[in-house]
Design a binder for this molecule. Structure first.
Ligand code: 0PR
Length: 384
């Protein structure tokens, strides 16, 4: 007989090496529980969660360079001006620059939807590198747009010439990835943004996973790059919020206005989110996590995870395994199929890239201790 739900415990993170989910920060966990029943989709009824969403969006705006780009500084008064679309009516002059989504997939679908709504072509096309997350395929399917994928270079980054060659009059959006799902690669965003500006189309940056590392990595990736118009960044990944908490941000409020539908029987006039009822737990935990961790906590985690990824890559190389040089803290490496299956047998939760490499995502719960234990198992399996 199955044990009851109350008797069951969630999977331990000890051996989870390929996931982009992690343990929420304790403050995020507490905030999630307090706001479990609040619905940010109805901000005129659930005012506190609406306020927390504005704060979460304001934090995301700082992290991604949007606050600087639109000239909003960090004080509370000014932060109100960078709120969410739904609150426009109840808060008069609030500019609408983003909202907390259910995750990277919703953010990417909405970015494509916004571009489609504003496209001139009747047959709009989205150009994306083949490294783009599968949510863009969902977006294309749901929205009836063509997804034109272009090859990446040998290092797994978008090939700018290939992107340029794919852009024609039907293109409504160019997508760049800042921290790819399989290899943690960051596309050449300034060059792609130049190209998009020249073509007169917006550039969307998918930093769902990379966004909380990139402020410290030296890359040009966010709204300080002209031409970056919308951006995905997920608090429920490296941001250490509870699931579900994604982020969609837009430089220009009209990008979110294009998503708004009228909401006749709510006390707010319109709603730009894809889902109706949304998770108050996700929103509150995102606000709490960023309050606790931006910027010092995220910087410390970036440094810890990067050092650990470099150490792990070296350890793998010393065992004569081919390793893809990590750019952000994600290590892909060749592992014979039998070994891959044997380590999974031992309880390691590890997945493969499309090309078959094993991948380890150095998330906050992944430690030197867990990676050492994994390497011990590799050695043990290798022993005659
Ligand atoms: N964009 C990028 C670059 C991503 O890596 C992901 C998810 C998304 C968008 C979509 O985000 P949501 O899943 O929040 O909608 N990347 C991981 C993946 O597909 C998601 C994941 C997370 C998978 C935890 C497994 C897991 O245990 O591989």
């Amino acid at each position: 007989m199955q044990p009851s739900v109350a008797e069951r415990r969630p999977q331990s993170f000890d051996r989870v090496l390929s996931s982009m989910c992690t343990q929420p920060h304790p403050a995020a966990r507490r905030a999630a529980e307090r706001f479990l029943a609040a619905n940010p989709g109805d901000p005129a009824t659930y005012e506190t969660i609406a306020e927390l969403e504005r704060e979460a969006v304001a934090s995301l705006a700082e992290i991604t360079g949007l606050a600087d780009a639109v000239g909003v500084d960090g004080d509370t008064e000014a932060r109100g001006n960078i709120g969410v679309r739904e609150n426009t009516d109840s808060h008069g002059d609030i500019a609408a620059h983003g909202y907390v989504t259910s995750g990277g997939s919703e953010s990417n679908i909405q970015a494509v939807r916004s571009a489609r709504e504003r496209a001139e072509s009747d047959d709009p096309v989205v150009v994306a590198p083949e490294s783009a997350h599968f949510s863009f395929h969902k977006a294309a399917s749901v929205l009836g747009v063509e997804l034109r994928t272009v090859p990446t270079d040998d290092a797994g980054r978008a090939d700018v010439d290939a992107v340029a060659a794919a852009v024609d009059d039907d293109v409504a959006l160019v997508v760049a990835v800042a921290g790819s799902t399989e290899y943690g690669r960051v596309d050449p965003i300034p060059a792609m943004a130049d190209l998009a500006v020249d073509a007169g189309v917006p550039l969307h940056v998918d930093a769902a996973w990379g966004g909380f590392h990139l402020p410290f990595s030296g890359h040009d990736w966010g709204f300080d790059v002209d031409g970056v118009e919308t951006l995905t960044i997920d608090p429920h990944k490296v941001g250490r919020a509870a699931v579900p908490a994604g982020g969609l941000l837009a430089r220009d409020p009209t990008a979110l206005d294009a998503l708004a539908v009228d909401t006749p029987y709510l006390e707010t006039a319109s709603q730009a989110s894809l889902t109706g009822t949304r998770s108050g737990a996700g929103v509150a935990s995102a606000a709490a996590a960023m309050d606790e961790l931006w910027p010092d906590g995220y910087r410390a985690e970036y440094e810890r995870a990067s050092e650990l990824a470099a150490w792990f890559a070296e350890e793998l190389r010393s065992r004569e395994l081919d390793v893809v040089d990590p750019e952000l803290p994600l290590v892909a490496f060749d592992l014979p199929r039998a070994t891959f299956e044997a380590v999974r047998e031992r309880g390691w939760r590890i997945s493969r890239t499309g090309a078959g490499e094993a991948r380890v995502v150095v998330m906050p719960h992944v430690t030197r201790g867990s990676l050492s234990a994994f390497l011990d198992d590799l050695d043990d399996l290798d022993a005659p």
